[in-house]
Structure formats: structure tokens, C-alpha cells
Design a protein around this ligand. Structure first.
Ligand code: SAM
Length: 357
């Protein structure tokens, strides 16, 4: 028989429960109420390994071929990267980046058998141009970005991404960054905290949450994930139950701010477009509306010609489209993929192709 679990159960409790559960998704850590836990997913992921999302669809759109040069800017567990290497055999090259040291180490191991065809570096994809220049690569045939977190982040409490497990309030994907989530919640003004939670979390209670954080930190510093989750949860009335955990959007907002995820996406996307050869493709998987909007608008801007005001009788700007959008609507995961991997539910894949100049 189905029964509801406590909203704030531990990850272990959630995994062991034989009942309706929160499904924690890899992107925004959204916990969806009323989903039945999927034993197939669990069997497929005995250690909660990262399952690559939209694998075939994303790599189909990049269309790797022998001799091509490709970039995977978000290696994670190396799933997309390996597929690109397989499909560009025998001599395609893949430059794989991740800002997370552990993701780089894992991918190096997984991709070792591709030898010099796989160039793996710990870098932020916002520095793509500079990284490629170091390898004397001027143009590439394809770029793939699969944004956000991996399961490895979520299942490592010490990284501080999950509100379900006790850990330091960190949230840095690149441990070399100086600012943690704890620094933000303990030092920013109420106004700035509210702005971050509203803009990056799109939480309508942003101001009340910021006020609760301010009050709590006056008593003692906020240093742990569960401490913050409790402070945020107390802002929301227990009834009616919410579809997502009350702290979901605040955690998403802080993570985006700590890692400057939207700034990196804007920078990385522009560089990717500029680095593509004619006919080269860029494919991006995003997991929330803020990222998807940036990708959609950037592709639309590159696909647009003249931007002169309509009152101009002739074009003065001279702007020509330099990209063709390949996905009118975003590609989403099939029902089967979502059943096997609930994290795929919010994935949106968009792709575009560089036009000849
Ligand atoms: C969803 S995972 C990628 C999973 C991968 N496609 C796979 O098949 O296993 C996203 C990865 O991107 C990395 N990442 C996020 N933003 C980044 C950035 N700006 N630069 C480099 N890596 C980034 C994260 O550290 C994480 O490992």
C-alpha cells in the first residue's frame, strides 16, 4: 500500500521506503511529491551512479564523424564524451572539460583507452577559447554541454549540494573557488539574498526566506545544508503539502550564484558559436528554465539577420545570420528514459548549426 514519507526524510530513508517518495533530480535537486520510486532505476544505479541524459539524442545532433574535433564542456561521468569518441572513430579528437576535479579524474580513467584522441582538462567551459588555443586548436566540429550537477555531486554530502543530507554549506563545483554558499548566506545583505533567491530560484517567498536567514544567522552562523533547509522550510506552512521540498529553489539559487552558472553559460555559448567550423554544431542540455531561456535566446539571436529598426528603409546593421537552429522545440526525454532515470524529466536539449560565412 502507498503511504507518504516524511517530507524531510534522509536520503537513506527515502531509498529504503516502499512507498510514495520524493524523487531527487540531479538538476535542481527538486524532490517531486507523489512519484513512485522506481526500482529499475535503483537496480540500474546501485551506487547512485550518474546516468547520462539524452545520450543518443544529444550525440545524434552533434553528429560526430571520423577526423572531427569535438568538445564536451561538461564531462561529468564521461558518458556523452565516450559516445562522441566511439562515433568519431578511428581518428576523431575529443577535448573534454569539467571544472570539478573529481569528474576529471573519473573521466580520465573511463576514457583512457582512447589514448591521445581524448584530451581531458580541469577547466571551466567559459574559458573554452583559451583552452583550445593552448592545444593549438582554432576551430571545432561540435560542442556539447550537459549543464548542472551530476549524481556524484548529489551523493557526496561533503560537497554540500543536497538538502537531504547533512554536510557543509559549500556547493562549489570547482573547489578552488573562494566563495561558498555559507559565505553568501552569512554575509550578503537581506536585499541581495532575496534578489538571488528570486532571480535564480524564482521563489515567490524570496524576501521572507532572506529575512528568516538573516534572523537565524544573527543567532549563530549558518554552516550546514540541513540547518539551512530547516530555516527555509520554517517559512512555509506545512499544509497544503508542496510539490517540491521548500528548500529546493533556495538551494538551486545559491548553487547558481556560487558557481556563476548563468554567466559561464553565456560566455561558453558565445565562444562555442565562434569556434565552430561552418557546418559545426553545438548541442546544449539544460535543466531549468533560466538556462533554457539563455540557450534559446542566444540561438535565436544568431539565427536572426538584420536587426535595424523597422523604420529604416534599408539595412544599415549588416548583420547576417550565422547559425541555423536545428531544434524548433527542445528535445525532451522519452517516457521510457524518464522511467529509468527520473533526473531526465526536466532535461531540454537544443542544438544549432554554424552557417557558412
Ligand atoms: C550533468 S553533469 C554532465 C554529465 C555527463 N554529460 C555524462 O554523460 O556523464 C554536468 C557536469 O558539468 C560540470 N560543469 C558544470 N558547469 C561547468 C562549467 N561552467 N565548466 C565546466 N564544467 C562544468 C559539473 O561539474 C558536472 O560534472
Amino acid at each position: 500500500m502507498l503511504r507518504r514519507t516524511s517530507l524531510w526524510g534522509s536520503e537513506d530513508a527515502l531509498r529504503n521506503a516502499d512507498c510514495e517518495l520524493w524523487i531527487v533530480s540531479a538538476d535542481s535537486q527538486s524532490a517531486v511529491f507523489g512519484e513512485r520510486f522506481n526500482p529499475q532505476f535503483e537496480m540500474h544505479n546501485p551506487q547512485w551512479e550518474h546516468t547520462t541524459v539524452l545520450l543518443r539524442e544529444a550525440v545524434d545532433l552533434v553528429a560526430p564523424r571520423p577526423g572531427g574535433v569535438y568538445v564536451d564542456g561538461t564531462l561529468g561521468g564521461g558518458g556523452h564524451a565516450e559516445e562522441v569518441l566511439k562515433r568519431s572513430e578511428p581518428d576523431g579528437v575529443l577535448v573534454g572539460l569539467d571544472q570539478d576535479k573529481e569528474a576529471v579524474a573519473r573521466s580520465r580513467e573511463r576514457l583512457a583507452r582512447y589514448g591521445r584522441r581524448a584530451i581531458i582538462c580541469q577547466e571551466n567551459f567559459r574559458d573554452l577559447k583559451q583552452v583550445l588555443a593552448e592545444f593549438k586548436i582554432e576551430r571545432v566540429d561540435g560542442v556539447l554541454l550537459d549543464l548542472g550537477l551530476s549524481w556524484f555531486h548529489l551523493r557526496s554530502p561533503e560537497r554540500g549540494f543536497s538538502f537531504m543530507t547533512e554536510g557543509p554549506l559549500d556547493m562549489r563545483m570547482d573547489a578552488g573557488r573562494s566563495t561558498t554558499a555559507a559565505d553568501l548566506v552569512n554575509t550578503l545583505s537581506r536585499h541581495d539574498l532575496a534578489r538571488i533567491i528570486r532571480e535564480y530560484g524564482e521563489d515567490t517567498k524570496a524576501y521572507a526566506i532572506a529575512k528568516a536567514i538573516e534572523r537565524a544567522r544573527d543567532r549563530e552562523p549558518i554552516t550546514s545544508t540541513t540547518q539551512l533547509a530547516q530555516i527555509v522550510s520554517a517559512v512555509f506552512p506545512p499544509y497544503p503539502p508542496r510539490r517540491i521540498h521548500p528548500a529546493t529553489l533556495t538551494f538551486q539559487a545559491l548553487r547558481i550564484a556560487v558557481n556563476d552558472e548563468l554567466g559561464a553559460l553565456r560566455d561558453g555559448l558565445e565562444q562555442a558559436v565562434n569556434l565552430l567550423k561552418p557546418g559545426g554544431r553545438v548541442a546544449i542540455i539544460s535543466f531549468h528554465s533560466l538556462e533554457d531561456r539563455i540557450v534559446k535566446q542566444a540561438f535565436a539571436a544568431h539565427a536572426k539577420g538584420c536587426i535595424c529598426p523597422p523604420r529604416f528603409p534599408v539595412c544599415r546593421c549588416g548583420k547576417k545570420p550565422d547559425m541555423k537552429v536545428l531544434t524548433k522545440r527542445p528535445v525532451t526525454a522519452s517516457k521510457d528514459e524518464i522511467a529509468a532515470n527520473p533526473a531526465a524529466r526536466s532535461a531540454k536539449l537544443r542544438a544549432a548549426e554554424k552557417l557558412p560565412v
